[in-house]
Design a protein around this ligand. Sequence first.
Ligand SMILES: Nc1ncnc2c1ncn2[C@@H]1O[C@H](COP(=O)(O)OP(=O)(O)OP(=O)(O)O)[C@@H](O)[C@H]1O
Length: 307
Amino acid sequence: MAVVPEVRVICNPASRGGSCNPGILRPLLEEFGPEWVVTGRPGDAAAAAREWEEGLLVVAGGDGTVNEAVNGLGMAGFPEGVTLAIIPAGTGNDLAQTLAIPPDPEEAVEILRKGRLRRLDAARIRLRSGGERFFVNVANGGAGARISEAVDKELKSRWGRLAYLRAALEVAQEFEPRELHLVLDGERRDLRAINVAVGNCRYAGGGWPAAPRANPEDGLLDLVVIEDVGLHELLELGPLALARTDYLEAEGVFFTRARDVLIEASPPDLEFTADGEPLSGEPAEFAVFHRALGVVVGLEYTPDVLP
Ligand SMILES: Nc1ncnc2c1ncn2[C@@H]1O[C@H](COP(=O)(O)OP(=O)(O)OP(=O)(O)O)[C@@H](O)[C@H]1O
């Protein structure tokens, strides 16, 4: 009978504009005796995660690669014996910020050695066209999604994390607000919005606190809507968010928590991303899988931020 290796590393050499070098990571992870999967194209990380039924799954890449792995695990029904670990090697590394995994690879491997384990919630999106996607960090609809899309590979490799700020300035000038019809655990709410974030974790778009109070273990999604406010309010909000402070009490921000979220936008072509990756269709329904995912977290990680 074949011996099943206990540790698999999925490494995306295309992360961070192609500067994620498996050659640098190999010696750092050697002590774990892992099996290596170096991705050759989009979709490889999801396939490599889907077939991993038990053991440690280390993802070396950015948020897009981690999202692929989470989708693979989700398609397999989040096998209980799989633990996910992250070596941040992307541009934004937004999930790693909530999980307190440092960007330095040697420090991230030290976190892996310490092996502090938590079970985190995972979220599922049902698309209006059928089909589903999973995410663990943040799904973003509206201007935030447009920004992620505007940050293409070339911009990322040239500007690094500043690429997100550059794209934000461009998008802010031309984005048209939308009517949002929400049903939050059965309660209806209509808003006119610039952006809607559905957060399981806290950061998106290279460090923007999209859902600053999200607790990844509470079985709830944090819904943060930036309403159709005027330029004055936006100019007040921007610096608060950029300073990574909690802006949820500010004027023009609607915040609540829910287990089940239905979203309908009109006009209906609101663009969404999940963990920074564009969604191929319009989301209709969000749901949480409470503590579905075993994850190695940093020593500073705490599920609670603010009440
Ligand atoms: N060998 C490959 N060649 C090209 N693209 C790939 C390859 N393997 C995976 N991908 C795709 O690369 C994309 C970007 O990867 P990833 O998100 O990890 O890096 P990033 O964009 O630099 O980081 P972040 O999302 O944290 O800003 C993913 O959508 C993934 O599907």
